[in-house]
Ligand binder design. Structure first.
Ligand code: EZ4
Ligand code: CO
Length: 403
């Protein structure tokens, strides 16, 4: 039985912050788990180092389900992004260890491959429609079968998902939150035009997606869904905030555009009504923010019986350890839908050497034992944590809005 001898938290900032848990065992085998919570990184680092790690020492690393239940039920305080990211990190690291000891990639332990690879979607963005479509064409040339289109909104200086010229998009951009301005009416005029031009320029063979980033009310989202129907989107993402799951009834009633939600969800309970009532088509929860591979598998099984497929979050603030775990999960799970891909920088990839790969629009986790991702601790130590916040949104009259 491999006993846990250490659980160390590694914080590094190769361009952006990442929190990684490394669990070591008396058999010399170690495992990694991502614990990054964008803009709130040190809260999870403390939860792990101060409250979780002491409880892990001496435990049997093979008892993944038992450790999960112990950390979830044993804390008394349930759910929440900080707790669930910490549990996810432990869970992911234990799957990594089990795979390495079995000498099998994690997806084999999860039931084996259900497909040849995981279809991913890339992010095309630009300050205007032409720039966005140029970027989309580049993605199609690289082999992407699915592309998300986000464009600047005329009359708004900046908006979610659009990079400053020539730079990569990275939303946590200030050591205090920056503020941006939002106008729903300006946005609702421009979004359908982007997709009309998108179908003209890109044709009908590529899947097109769009992220509303929680900025609409249900009736506005219903209108957007209807306006997008002619362009046959793969999905509209996060049309409205989803604390009130019943919001989606109203949207659903009005449009056949598929709906995706859940990148900020951290447990099955955040999606229970959405899934049971078939109010969504894709659930976006992913490994690091939703309790690890163990909990995500439970969520996916529940979703499967209600015809909801997976569409895991995959932004750059989720580390390569999370991406590897999401790919093992995605390759194996019966109701996989699509995986988001925002490639990491070369600096990040160097800190986290990994075996996953991209070809012809699909990603594969690789066939190395465990997750197939490592951390170069010497390199990681060179990049000191740097406080960074996500922006805050305001309406034109100054009202704080959803970012
Ligand atoms: O804004 O991960 O679909 N992707 C997204 C992301 C989120 C960031 C927040 O940390 O919405 O870009
Ligand atoms: Co999103």
């Amino acid at each position: 039985m491999p006993r846990i001898t250490a659980a160390r938290v590694i914080v590094t900032c190769p361009g952006r912050n990442f929190v990684t848990l490394k669990i070591e065992t008396d058999e010399g085998v170690y495992g990694l788990g991502d614990a990054t919570l964008n803009g709130r990184e040190l809260a999870v680092a403390s939860y792990l180092a101060d409250h979780v790690a002491p409880c892990l020492i001496g435990r049997d690393a093979h008892r993944i389900e038992d450790v999960w239940q112990y950390l979830y039920k044993g804390a008394y305080w349930r759910r929440g992004p900080v707790t669930m990211a910490a549990i996810a990190a432990v869970d992911t690291a234990l799957w990594d260890i089990k795979g390495k000891i079995a000498n099998l990639p994690v997806y084999q332990l999860l039931g084996g491959a259900s497909r040849e690879g995981c279809m991913v979607y890339g992010h095309a963005n630009g300050r205007d429609v032409e720039e966005t479509l140029d970027d989309a064409r580049r993605h199609v040339e690289q082999g992407y079968k699915a592309v998300r289109l986000q464009s600047g909104v005329p009359g708004l200086a900046a908006t979610y998902g659009v990079a400053k010229h020539g730079q990569r998009y990275e939303p946590a951009d200030g050591d205090l939150p920056t503020e941006s301005l939002w106008s729903t009416s300006k946005y609702l005029r421009s979004a359908p035009a982007l997709f009309e031009a998108g179908r003209e320029a890109l044709g009908w063979d590529v899947h097109l997606l769009h992220d509303v980033h929680h900025r609409l009310t249900p009736i506005e989202a219903a209108r957007l869904g209807k306006d997008m129907e002619p362009y046959r989107l793969f999905w509209i993402e996060d049309a409205v905030p989803a604390e009130n799951q019943a919001n989606f009834r109203l949207i659903r009633q009005h449009t056949t555009t598929p709906l995706a939600v859940g990148e900020v969800f951290n447990s099955i309970w955040d999606a229970k009504q959405l899934i049971e009532e078939q109010l969504i088509d894709y659930i976006r929860a992913t490994v690091v923010h939703a309790g690890g591979i163990t909990h995500l598998k439970r969520l996916a099984s529940f979703a499967a019986i209600h015809n909801v497929r997976t569409g895991c979050h995959g932004a750059t603030d989720l580390s390569p350890v999370c991406m590897a775990a999401a790919l093992h999960f995605g390759l194996s799970v019966a109701n996989f839908g699509i995986q988001e891909l925002m490639p990491h920088t070369a600096e990040t990839d160097a800190v986290f050497p990994h075996g996953y790969s991209f070809a012809d629009g699909l990603m594969h986790p690789g066939d190395g034992p465990g997750l197939g991702v490592d951390i170069d601790e010497t390199l990681a130590a060179r990049y000191e944590y740097k406080r960074a916040y996500l922006p805050v949104n305001r309406l034109e009259d100054g009202t704080v809005w959803d970012w």
